[in-house]
Design a protein around this ligand. Structure first.
Ligand SMILES: C[S@@+](CC[C@H](N)C(=O)[O-])C[C@H]1O[C@@H](n2cnc3c(N)ncnc32)[C@H](O)[C@@H]1O
Length: 221
């Protein structure tokens, strides 16, 4: 591991807005986000595969009456977002270092009010479908932790992953309501919904000419 990475990981251990294995809050937080971390009752939005946490940081500044948790397995990416949150003095933000497969160990049923899935790895090979963060098993897990009226929002450049996810939620496997979507967000009347926030991967792929796709829906119970 490079010295720079070691330094970032050491800083994550000291940062109060980073929850990760080995820190006391990490094991205790499930069902207790409001009481133990945020110290308020504001609704919680989570950003999955947040990378540097552009949505977590951007939305938390615009919607101070909500709480935000950016989640990623990579410590150096979380370091970037958590550092920004500290510099900006954002009290309604946390970063959780976690493999999303284990989300339910850290969020109880109905504990989350909104989910943003931002540019997940497409995992195009059939044998990697189990790792796609929008597959049926992940969707079922998201349904369990989301409140009844909570929104699921998904943004990607990848047409195959987007259409795979659309097919899934239009099938009998996963039942949703209030679905709307676009294959070209920047030219659509849904544009305002992305709040003018562009992530690192969004910039890379839109500069390559890829159209940005976006969908939102609520789970049918
Ligand atoms: C393509 S990047 C997108 C990052 C950011 N959302 C953006 O748009 O710039 C995908 C991110 O998902 C994270 N990731 C992939 N699989 C994951 C998993 N199973 N659990 C947690 N994070 C994961 C990666 O570490 C990476 O930061």
């Amino acid at each position: 591991m490079s010295r720079q990475k070691k330094r970032k990981f050491a800083e994550n251990l000291e940062r109060e807005n980073v929850l990760q294995p080995g820190k006391p809050l990490f094991e205790e937080i499930r069902g207790n986000w409001h009481r133990l971390y945020f110290k308020n009752q504001q609704p919680i939005t989570i950003e999955l595969g947040c990378g540097r946490g552009e949505y977590t940081i951007g939305l938390s500044q615009e919607f101070t009456e909500r709480n935000y948790v950016g989640i990623d397995l990579k410590g150096d990416r979380i370091w970037k977002g958590s550092g920004q949150a500290l510099e900006l003095g954002l009290k309604n933000v946390a970063f959780l270092r976690l493999q999303i497969q284990f989300l339910e160990r850290h969020f109880a049923e109905d504990e989350v009010d909104e989910i943003w899935l931002t540019f997940p790895d497409p995992r195009p090979r059939d044998r990697d479908e189990k790792h796609r963060l929008s597959n049926a098993a992940f969707m079922e897990m998201y349904r369990r932790i989301l409140t009844k009226d909570g929104w699921f929002r998904f943004k990607t450049d990848n047409t195959d992953l987007f259409d795979y996810t659309l097919d899934l939620i239009k099938s009998a496997q996963i039942s949703v309501r209030d679905l709307s979507y676009t294959h070209d967000l920047y030219q659509s009347d849904m544009l305002a919904e992305h709040r003018g926030i562009t992530t690192k991967y969004e910039k890379i792929f839109s500069e390559k000419g890829e159209k940005i796709k976006y969908m939102k829906f609520r789970f049918a119970c």
